[in-house]
Design a protein around this ligand. Structure first.
Ligand SMILES: O=P(O)(O)OC[C@H]1O[C@](O)(COP(=O)(O)O)[C@@H](O)[C@@H]1O
Ligand SMILES: [Mg+2]
Ligand SMILES: [Mg+2]
Length: 285
């Protein structure tokens, strides 16, 4: 048990309690709102709703001192304690076609923007056929089914399976770098691996956590930093996958070692089974 265990647990409890309200608010909030988020992307009413709810609930926790979200430019001071970075709705473009989406929460023991090795906990909710939650803290990943805001642990000390089975890569194929495209060809020729790409990071990462494999939103020719945000997506997911015995990379080394300058900076994201990430880094360098 660390000195932050109680606060981390309370964050997980609060996220689970809030998940059903986010999910039940989705049907009426598929429209785009005015304005764009700090990354220049269109915001849905559902993004704003989830962000407001999570800021209010997580910011009110004793022991939480800072709240930041991918939807708002500046972080909010909420007293003393841990810093929370949130992607309130991940995969919002999947709302229209009714595909999976998620909520991502990173809990840092340092002021934001912070490096991923400052994380003391991270979780994501997956709004799939079932609402589930993967939560990492104290060196362990637990998967919960969330029913009426209550968590029920269904997989404890979750680790990636020995033999990888799935892969999913974002970005437009013509925009991939030559080295990454060569790596993808190698992966595609491996008969033990199946393509699983759903356009929602959490849906795709949960496939990797379940079956083993690799998810990437790579560095692109047009965007060398890729698309995903370090604080709100790369770090929390990298922490969860590394805690489950896998690896994360920004193409050179663990995402958790990236020293951030800006709260909304992007990072190439490669996460999954250790061997596949090791081989990826070999291919890119
Ligand atoms: O549409 P693309 O370029 O494949 O990008 C998909 C990626 O964008 C995202 O939707 C970005 O996340 P947000 O929806 O939170 O902005 C990821 O979930 C997903 O991996
Ligand atoms: Mg996202
Ligand atoms: Mg989002």
């Amino acid at each position: 048990m660390s000195e932050h265990s109680d606060t981390v647990e309370e964050v997980f409890e609060t996220v689970a309690r809030t998940a059903p309200e986010i999910r039940s608010a989705l049907p009426g909030r598929r429209a785009e709102t005015a304005g764009k988020n700090p990354s220049g992307e269109l915001r849905l009413a559902a993004d704003d709703y989830a962000d407001d709810l999570l800021e209010e609930r997580l910011g009110a926790i004793e022991g939480v001192g800072q709240y930041a979200s991918e939807e708002t430019k500046e972080s909010v001071d909420t007293g003393e304690g841990l810093a929370i970075a949130v992607d309130p709705l991940d995969g919002s473009s999947n709302l229209k076609p009714n595909n999976t989406m998620g909520t991502i929460v990173g809990i840092y023991n340092a002021p934001l923007p912070a490096a991923g090795h400052e994380l003391v906990g991270a979780t994501y909710v997956l709004y799939g056929p079932i609402t589930t939650m993967a939560a990492a803290a104290e060196g362990e990943v637990t998967e919960y089914v969330v029913t009426d805001g209550e968590r029920e642990a269904v997989r404890e000390d979750l680790t990636l399976p020995e033999d990888p089975a799935v892969y999913g890569f974002g970005g437009r194929v013509p925009d991939w770098t030559e080295d990454f495209a060569a790596y993808v060809e190698e992966i595609e020729s491996d008969e033990s691996l199946r393509l699983r790409y759903g356009g929602s990071m959490i849906g795709d990462v949960n496939q990797v956590l379940t079956y083993g494999g690799i998810f990437a939103y790579p560095a692109l020719e047009s965007a060398p930093e890729g698309k995903l945000r370090l604080q709100f997506e790369g770090n929390p997911v990298g922490y969860i996958v590394e805690t489950a015995g896998g690896r994360s990379s920004d193409g050179e080394g663990s995402i958790l070692e990236v020293d951030p300058e800006d709260l909304h900076e992007r990072v190439p994201v490669y996460v999954g089974s250790t061997d596949l990430i090791d081989r990826l880094e070999g291919a890119l360098n």
